[in-house]
Design a protein around this ligand. Structure first.
Ligand SMILES: Cc1cc2nc3c(=O)[nH]c(=O)nc-3n(C[C@H](O)[C@H](O)[C@H](O)COP(=O)(O)O)c2cc1C
Length: 312
């Protein structure tokens, strides 16, 4: 490793749920495949970590196309959690991921609490997973996901049951499609979550005015990308006021300044999603940009930036 990378690591490393990350920049679930797809495009060893596509106990085909549409500064997707299944992830992907020195977070999805537990039990056998991220916030399926994540009671219930089954730390991914994010954050913290990640996509819709048809076969989908960032920053800030577990900020991050905003608002790390589609090097640029910013601002450790918002 070059001297510069080693000094950057000393500056940027963070600890969340007992896991040390070499920097606070991770890729967001569903936008980075199973990690390996990007191995020829960027050096995966540079990433703080990566989150797998949502894994269910059995493979899922997802929704029929069209499943993605661009909107101003954003995109809407309704993939419907297409994935290879937890077992195939353990058998086919994890052995190859072991070649890389980065943290691996397995994102988990289920239609019912039992599904989450089943997926976790399969993943517990896998070597090389550092933590689980529970997607209780997917807006693109009719059961599970957002249905569970919209209520503090059911969010707490799934967190508690999964915590008992999980051999690894559990990060619970919150939905922004709620009236009061603080209630949800409090509920999952009380139920034993080791950390929170937020936000998932916002329920959205786009219409072709000539055909008068929805642009997405599922009619509605989840909005992601730069347009959602101010909403996500506000929600991280609000959640940070009421919980003491670490928060991983997600939503519209496209450059190091966006990432720094989330950290100042209270996030201990960030995930980058949609930006990977149009700039696969985005995460690396954000890591380098944060290191330069810390040096210029004389911030001795990125941890000192977390929750450092000054009054107006
Ligand atoms: C195509 C696509 C697929 C996604 N799939 C998942 C998923 O499987 N599980 C999950 O928790 N989040 C999923 N997400 C949500 C992202 O991880 C992230 O929370 C959201 O896109 C906001 O971040 P961004 O604006 O940086 O993309 C997906 C997002 C996109 C765009």
């Amino acid at each position: 490793m070059s001297d510069r990378l080693a000094t950057d690591e000393a500056l940027l490393s963070v600890e969340i749920a007992g896991i040390k990350f070499k920097n606070p920049v991770l890729t967001a679930s569903g936008t980075f495949g199973y990690g390996l797809e990007f191995a020829n495009l960027i050096d995966l060893n540079r990433l703080g970590g990566f989150c797998s596509k949502g894994l269910s106990p059995r493979p899922m085909k997802g929704n029929p196309p069209p499943r993605i549409v661009e909107t101003y500064g954003a995109m809407i997707n309704a993939i419907g959690l297409q994935n290879i299944g937890a077992r195939a992830f353990v058998l086919e992907k994890l052995p190859k991921l072991k070649d890389y020195n980065t943290r691996v977070i397995a994102n988990v999805f289920g239609y019912s609490i039992q599904d989450y537990v089943e997926a976790i039990e399969i993943l517990n056998d896998g070597e090389g997973i550092d933590a689980y991220e529970l997607n209780i916030s997917c807006p693109n399926v009719k059961e599970g996901g957002i249905v569970i994540g919209s209520s503090p009671k059911s969010s707490a219930e799934v967190t508690e049951v999964v915590k008992t089954a999980a051999k690894r730390p559990v990060i619970v991914k919150l939905s922004p499609n709620v009236t009061d994010i603080k209630e949800l954050a409090r509920a999952v913290e009380s139920a034993g979550a080791d950390a929170i990640s937020m936000i998932n996509t916002l329920v959205a819709m786009s219409i072709d005015v000539y055909t008068r048809r929805p642009r997405i076969a599922n009619v509605t989908g989840g909005l992601s990308g730069p347009a959602i960032k101010p909403i996500a920053v506000r929600m991280v800030y609000e959640a940070k006021q009421v919980v003491s577990i670490p928060i991983i900020g997600i939503g519209g991050i496209a450059n190091w300044m966006d990432a720094a905003e989330f950290l100042i608002a209270g996030a201990s790390a960030v995930q980058i999603g949609t930006a990977n589609y149009y700039d696969p090097h985005c995460c690396i640029k954000v890591i380098d940009g944060l290191a330069t910013y810390c040096r210029e601002q004389k911030v001795g450790s990125i941890v000192d930036l977390v929750n450092s918002l000054q009054s107006v």
